[in-house]
Design a protein around this ligand. Sequence first.
Ligand code: NAG
Ligand code: NAG
Ligand code: NAG
Ligand code: NAG
Length: 235
Amino acid sequence: MPSANRLNTALALLAAASTISATSITFHNTSPSPICYKVEFTSGTLPTQNGVTCDSSPGLMVQGGQNLTVNSSADYNGAITAMVNNSNVKGGRYEINFAAQEGNCWYDVDFHLGLSDGTLGPSSHQPLVNGNPSLAGEQDCLAKANAAWPSTTNQAALLAYPDYLKQGTDGKLDFVYMDSNAPQVVIDFFQLQADFTAYVDAGSQAGENSSAAVVKAANFMSWVVQAVNMEIVAF
Ligand SMILES: *[C@@H]1O[C@H](CO)[C@@H](O)[C@H](O)[C@H]1NC(C)=O
Ligand SMILES: *[C@@H]1O[C@H](CO)[C@@H](O)[C@H](O)[C@H]1NC(C)=O
Ligand SMILES: *[C@@H]1O[C@H](CO)[C@@H](O)[C@H](O)[C@H]1NC(C)=O
Ligand SMILES: *[C@@H]1O[C@H](CO)[C@@H](O)[C@H](O)[C@H]1NC(C)=O
């Protein structure tokens, strides 16, 4: 007969095992187009699909209107990048770290290599550990940019970069784009005026004379939520 202590140990191990296997990431692709999610990691594992390659890396293909849940290891720490526009353009990068703190997820959305309409947060939609709202990213980048556009005083300077912003005949923006070559004026617009809930500036070198965008990105930081089931929604 097992002693009470051994039984308790066995039960504790079982509980720990079920906590570990419950770590997951769910993808909801509410857009009509397929999205190839490029998977990278610095620790742990996240199973990818056989034969799926996104931007030369293993990945997960989620068809338009479909959902997918994958169980990661409890120590997964990595980045998942949405490849949009028929998988040839980098969109939002979702940085997810279950490894830093057991039972918690540290995360952020990074738009500094590409923009796409998508959010990241706990599947439970519970608030962050600090009580703030937990939804990172943007459901509609173009709409958010347009909300800021009428009060933007340097429109001409921005429209000088048609690779990144274009204005339609109605005066509204009809195209927004980001990549690693974007000029600072464009980065500042998305980070400060449009106020995207994501890193647009890399924010890594905030110092004495930093620009406002660098300071804002540095203050955005990673968020932490007491949850191990995360959800990426594409729009
Ligand atoms: C993921 O883990 C849950 C238990 O937490 C399990 O029910 C489910 O079958 C697992 N899914 C896969 C694909 O392994
Ligand atoms: C995907 O998930 C959403 C939210 O849970 C649900 O409403 C929808 O029916 C699911 N779609 C499919 C195709 O299962
Ligand atoms: C999306 O792909 C089309 C070709 O399929 C291309 O013409 C267009 O420039 C791409 N969009 C971006 C933002 O690169
Ligand atoms: C910040 O700017 C001031 C004034 O231009 C300059 O004296 C100082 O060296 C700069 N500091 C750094 C860290 O670049």
